[in-house]
Ligand binder design. Structure first.
Ligand code: CA2
Length: 143
């Protein structure tokens, strides 16, 4: 059966490509979605790509993943640095979890250096821009 990959994106990522291009790159959120869907299709994966500005909605989607996904790729955005709820939801999953950040959070403000998601992630990719999503999908091919 085809691997089902749930790709979750946190708050404000829908604004990509409109401002802060020097930090997050010039690709729009729709372009990143299209690239993720194509990369998944090329590998024979089913891709479910979502974005929410709401912590509880992200928690609901992570809970649903227990029955509907085989792997999760997540850019929790600002919730990386604040959300015990997302950490707790992710730690219930028994599947690969890859955390992605467009920017190198360790080169930025101190409050971005810690992620509550990293300790429950199988792997973390940061600082490689939109390519990080592609690399995360490709990493799942070996799982
Ligand atoms: O580097 C990343 O991918 C981040 O997860 C992006 C988050 C930030 O809070 C994390 O520390 C690192 C912010 C996403 C906001 O994206 C915007 C895009 C365009 C304009 C404004 C915000």
């Amino acid at each position: 059966m085809a691997k089902r990959v749930l790709i979750l994106n946190g708050p404000n990522l829908n604004l990509l490509g409109t401002r802060e291009k020097s930090v997050y790159g010039s690709k729009s959120f729709a372009e990143i979605e299209a690239t993720c869907k194509k990369t998944c299709a090329d590998l024979g994966f089913v891709c479910d790509f979502r974005q929410s500005n709401h912590e509880g909605e992200l928690v609901d989607w992570i809970q649903s993943a227990r029955k509907t996904a085989d792997a999760v790729i997540i850019n929790p955005a600002a919730y990386s640095h604040t959300s015990v709820a997302i950490h707790d939801a992710l730690r219930t999953l028994e599947m690969p979890i890859i955390e992605v950040h467009l920017s190198n959070i360790h080169q930025r403000e101190a409050f971005r250096h810690h992620s509550y998601v990293s300790t429950v992630a199988t792997g973390v990719i940061c600082g490689l821009g939109a390519k990080g999503y592609t690399l995360a999908i490709q990493a799942l091919a070996d799982e």
